[in-house]
Each structure stands twice: as C-alpha cells, then as structure tokens.
Design a protein around this ligand. Structure first.
Ligand SMILES: [Zn+2]
Length: 57
C-alpha cells in the first residue's frame, strides 16, 4: 500500500498512514459542514498508531 501523508487543518500535527484504512465515513453534521465549507466531510478511519507527529509546540 502507498503511504498517505497529511496534516490537521492548522498543520500542527502530521501523519503518515501506512496500513489499509478501516473505513470511509462521509459526515453531514454541523461541525463537519462548517469545517469543510461544504455539505459534508470525507472522513477516513484508521487504526491509532505512533506516527502522528506534532511539528509545533
Ligand atoms: Zn461530522
């Protein structure tokens, strides 16, 4: 599987996903609509792991 790299919206936390995702969940709740500025958010569910790396204190 390819590595999927990304970060939180502020860029404070980065991640590399190296295992297959567990699920894909589109969400239409008010928070997801506000965060994305669209009608839904696309959420990829993965197992927790040690690869989330804060890059700012
Ligand atoms: Zn939501």
């Amino acid at each position: 599987m390819d590595i999927i790299s990304g970060s939180c919206l502020r860029g404070d936390v980065t991640h590399d996903i190296t295992a297959a995702p567990l699920d894909f969940v589109p969400c239409h709740c008010a928070r997801c609509r506000k965060t994305t500025g669209s009608s839904f958010a696309a959420n990829l569910i993965v197992a927790a792991g040690p690869r989330c790396t804060p890059i700012r204190a």
